[in-house]
Each structure stands twice: as structure tokens, then as C-alpha cells.
Design a protein around this ligand. Structure first.
Ligand code: FE2
Length: 192
């Protein structure tokens, strides 16, 4: 019968594969970004992601296991969608918003996965693994928040602004970015 440790190691192998795929994908995304701040944020996250690969190897070690990856179909699919949307919006003012949305989908998958792995490491009584996993989790959360801030600061506004034809959408986009989150949502909803 499979136990929690098997599930943990299975998920760990999934993320080990995912992080290596992300290391390969981020330089392409940075190149596609036309906003310098976004380019910089993606490059900074690439450095962190290389660190995540190393930290995951340490987590395997903490369980006396050899590091091994197992194809992460979810990350593979999300990155393929990211490639598609980047190609579709190349040269468009919405390219940065498109890249941010693709990157955030990957981040949210990682946040869910590391949240579980961190909890399970604790349940399995492995404090070292739990500490490494929460370090990765916190970096993923910070990267996600940075992307939200960038989207609000410029990319969404650029995308809406250049659309021009749909003035309501432009107003809604500006409102969502410039007023406090709770109020913004209400204003956007009210404008529909
Ligand atoms: Fe990561």
C-alpha cells in the first residue's frame, strides 16, 4: 500500500521536473517582454528558480533519496500555452500582460504544490525538508506578488490603453489598477 512518503516523493519528483522546465522557459519569456521592469523580474526569478532546483536536490538528500524528475504534465502544458500566447501577442501592446498571465499560472501551480509538500514534510517529521520547502514557497509567493504589482503598474494599462476602441474596458482596467483591491473589484463589477 502506498503511504504519505510515497506521495511526497512523487510530488517532489514532479516539481523537480517542473523547475527544470521553468529554468529553460524563463529566458524566452524575458526576451519576449518589452517592459524593462518585467524583463528584470523574470531574470531575477530565473536565478531563484535555479536555486529551487538545488534546494529540491537537498530535499531529496534530506530523505536519503537520489534526486529524480517525473514529467510534470501540468507545467509542460502551462508553458506550452505561454509560448502560444507569447507568439500570438508578439508586437502587440498586450504582450506584457499576456506574459504576466502565463507566468502567474505557473506560479500558482507551484504555490499549490509547495504548500502541500511543505505540509507533508512536516507531517513526515522532516524539519530540514520542511524548512527548504517553505523557503521556496515564500520565493514563489513573492514572485507572484511582484507580477501582480507589475501588471497593475503598467502592463494591463498599456494593453487596455492601446485597445482604444473599447473605452469602457480601458476605464475598468485603469480603475482595477489604481484603487484599493476591494474597492476596485466593486467598481469594475459595477461598470459591467
Ligand atoms: Fe520555483
Amino acid at each position: 500500500m502506498k503511504i504519505l512518503k510515497d506521495l511526497f516523493l512523487d510530488e517532489l519528483a514532479d516539481m523537480y521536473d517542473a523547475e527544470q522546465r521553468i529554468v529553460k522557459a524563463l529566458p524566452k519569456m524575458a526576451k519576449a517582454a518589452t517592459c524593462d521592469d518585467l524583463k528584470g523580474a523574470i531574470e531575477a526569478h530565473l536565478k531563484e528558480t535555479e536555486g529551487h532546483v538545488k534546494k529540491l536536490e537537498q530535499v531529496f538528500q534530506a530523505f536519503h533519496e537520489k534526486a529524480k524528475g517525473k514529467t510534470c504534465e501540468a507545467t509542460k502544458g502551462l508553458l506550452e500555452e505561454g509560448d502560444e500566447i507569447a507568439a500570438e501577442f508578439k508586437g502587440s501592446p498586450a504582450i506584457n500582460a499576456a506574459l504576466i498571465s502565463a507566468a502567474q499560472k505557473v506560479e500558482h501551480y507551484e504555490i499549490a504544490s509547495y504548500g502541500c509538500l511543505h505540509e507533508w514534510a512536516g507531517l513526515l517529521g522532516n524539519a530540514k525538508a520542511a524548512r527548504l520547502l517553505v523557503e521556496i514557497l515564500n520565493e514563489e509567493k513573492a514572485a507572484d506578488e511582484k507580477l501582480t504589482a507589475l501588471a497593475r503598474a503598467s502592463s494591463n494599462e498599456e494593453a487596455f490603453g492601446e485597445a482604444g476602441a473599447d473605452a469602457d474596458a480601458a476605464d475598468a482596467g485603469k480603475m482595477a489598477g489604481k484603487v484599493p483591491p476591494g474597492k476596485g473589484r466593486k467598481l469594475v463589477e459595477a461598470s459591467r
